[in-house]
Design a protein. Structure first.
Length: 418
């Protein structure tokens, strides 16, 4: 029906004769699609990046916003001075609020060991006393009864001892029975026990061995109790008047040695490491104590106690300093500030504290890059000692920083930039 030419013209696409043109067309389509994707990606990159010229221009613009230019006259009028950044010995300090307290090893609450009536009061509040100074006299019936009981016990022991010795002699001659000898021995043993008991009672009432010996020799009862100062110090409390009946639970006087005081501070948890590694002199930790009453004076004390545990409520650690108080300037219950210093560093990069400019969380300095050009540069700071501050990053040794007049330069910059 068809000749060969017609059969070739009307062959199906899947036949071997037409397979090659179809493959060429497919590869062409794929190549066009790939070129389109590459062109699109290149267009996106070109739109998202600045040219090197634009980047350099932007950086210069940003740098100009941090730069202040002044001539020599303007610098002099504004009082601007500069100093080189240098390495130097450095130590920082931290301050902690504290309270002055009595030396608890040298304070005495004076009470009576037996109830009595005050018949004489000789010490006044604030009076300086020495060891043995008579402060008050009490008269006590109980004290007199105790002395009487001791004298009776001593007399009884003397009698029964003599009776026992006679019984022993009679027993050898078989004049008395063994039972009688044992009875008299028992009387002597009981009398010895009663004498020991009465003796200890007097000791508990405050009588010394010498006073009891004197009582036994004189056989005279003295129902008076003498209240004396236990050491040199000052009467810082008096709670007794003549005629008052004093109970054993009452404190009549408080005597304290004020020649040395304690200062306590509560150290926050974050500062414990600083305290443990603070400066030492001859193996001792030394701290400064400042009080409002004497703003120009510095008192120095030794750390004698570092808390072993934290206060659960405040999360702080106790710290105690002991310091001499020769002129009695420091009074108990005064508020104080304890200043502790770090171990000194011999080679620290530091600048004066007034060189640092602050704006919210930002810390920066002005660096002079030529005779009249100053650049604001951010810095990372370390510890401060009130005069110098350590610089951890942002400055190099030898660079010139503004130490006076920095606030004037700061005002030259826009508030938006700062």
């Amino acid at each position: 029906m068809f000749d060969k030419e017609d059969r070739g013209r009307h062959s199906l696409p899947g036949s071997s004769m037409n397979r090659l043109p179809w493959r060429v067309t497919e590869k062409l389509y794929r190549l066009i699609a790939l070129l389109s994707l590459v062109s699109l990606a290149h267009g996106c990159d070109a739109g998202s990046k600045d040219t090197p010229a634009e980047t350099s221009e932007q950086a210069a613009k940003e740098e100009s916003l941090k730069t202040v230019n002044l001539d020599q006259k303007a610098m002099a009028e504004r009082g601007i001075t500069v100093e080189p950044v240098k390495r130097q010995p450095f130590r920082s300090h931290r301050d902690f609020p504290g309270t002055i307290e009595l030396n608890r090893r040298k304070v005495a609450n004076l009470t009576t060991l037996v109830r009595g009536r005050a018949i004489g009061v000789y010490a006044d509040l604030g009076q300086e006393v020495t060891q043995g100074t008579l402060l008050a006299t009490l008269e006590s019936r109980e004290f007199g009864d105790a002395q009487s009981a001791y004298l009776k016990a001593k007399a009884t022991l003397y009698v029964v001892t003599r009776a026992y010795e006679r019984a022993q002699a009679l027993l050898k001659e078989e004049i008395i029975s063994v039972a009688e000898g044992q009875r008299r021995e028992g009387d002597m043993v009981r009398a010895q026990a009663e004498l020991r008991e009465s003796y200890q009672h007097l000791r508990l009432m405050g009588m010394s061995d010498e006073q009891i010996k004197e009582l036994a020799q004189s056989r005279s009862i003295h129902p008076r109790i003498y209240i004396t100062a236990p050491f040199h110090g000052f009467v810082i409390a008096r709670n007794i008047v003549v005629g008052e009946v004093v109970e054993v639970t009452e404190t009549m006087f408080v005597v304290a040695d004020l020649s040395e005081v304690w200062v306590f501070a509560n150290i926050p948890e974050k500062d414990i490491s600083f305290i443990l590694n603070s400066e030492r002199t001859e193996g001792r930790q030394i701290g400064e104590v400042h009080v409002h009453a004497y703003p120009d004076e510095i008192f120095r004390g030794t750390v004698t106690y570092v808390g072993a545990v934290l206060d659960v409520a405040t999360r702080t650690m106790d710290l105690r300093l002991e310091l001499p108080n020769p002129n009695l300037k420091l009074k108990p219950d005064m508020y104080a500030t304890i200043r502790m210093y770090s171990q000194p560093t011999s080679d620290a990069l530091a600048v004066p504290e007034n060189a640092i400019q602050r704006d919210r969380e930002r810390r920066f300095v002005f660096v002079r890059i030529d005779s009249g050009t100053f650049v604001a540069r951010d810095v990372k700071l370390g510890d401060s000692n009130g005069k110098q501050v350590m610089v951890l990053d942002g400055l190099r040794e030898g660079e010139q920083v503004v130490t006076n007049g920095g606030f004037t330069l700061k005002s030259e910059l826009t508030g938006e930039e700062l």
